[in-house]
Design a protein around this ligand. Sequence first.
Ligand code: SAM
Length: 282
Amino acid sequence: MFHPLIADPSATRHILRKFKLRAVKGLGQNFLIDADIVRQIIDAAQIESGDEVLEIGPGIGTLTQGLLEAGAHVTAVELDKKLPAVLKETLEGYENFRLVEGDILKIDIAALMPRRFKVVANLPYYITTQILLTLLEKNLSVTKVVTMVQREVAERMTALPGSKIYGALSIAVQFRSEARIAFEVPPKSFLPPPEVTSAVVVCDIRKPPFEVVDENFFIKVVRAAFAQRRKTLPNSLTGAGFSREKILSALEISGIDGSRRAETLSLEEFANLSATLQNKNS
Ligand code: SAM
């Protein structure tokens, strides 16, 4: 079957007109119209024939088509109820495509994708962080997460200690993966163009570099430390309900100077600090 390329400005306009659709801002709809960007995303994800891929928000099928042509088995989750009828036509005849209607934040991803899989998505920007945190949960068999996000979010995901934008998201991403910005994408590659520059981030999922006994507790400490990031650690951590005495003792045992702020702590230092804080004897 011949499939016209969707990643093209006039093809996209034609599809939207035909189905009397407008990009819905509240759903973060910015459709890709640049075939080179679609190719670059697929290259960054190192898609091979037979790969299981979860796509979040297929839209009218632009990136999906590239993935399907590369031989991936794509499961796509889409929230907008108007889009299944469009996808039925734009992706007609691709047998390696499965559409799931629903909200990615409510679906049981582990049940949907029981085998090893990659995530490839041009994310809806209004829920980027929640989606990333969901994908980084440890119960999933995900091996690679390749997402288009706002450049500013991409920079936070990959920020290192000492940087002003290093925060809870940097730690969540880097605890689970090796993350890097693959390339930037200008607003003109989308219809309608978003207000910001975007970037594609590749997260190679791997075992965490440090053992963390209780991940929920670790996350609680990280969040508390960054909730008031201008304060020194003893001051920011009292906000999470720890006594000052306990914090000072835990900092000392972990070899962390009490005058430091959260943004200077490495992943390993956070892991040590949370283990010590949790230890009843310290
Ligand atoms: N993949 C298409 C592309 O690259 O042109 C569309 C990307 S667009 C930035 C984001 C897509 O996510 C839209 O199709 C939108 O309807 C969908 N979406 C928004 N919120 C969602 C949610 N909670 N669950 C699943 N899909 C969602």
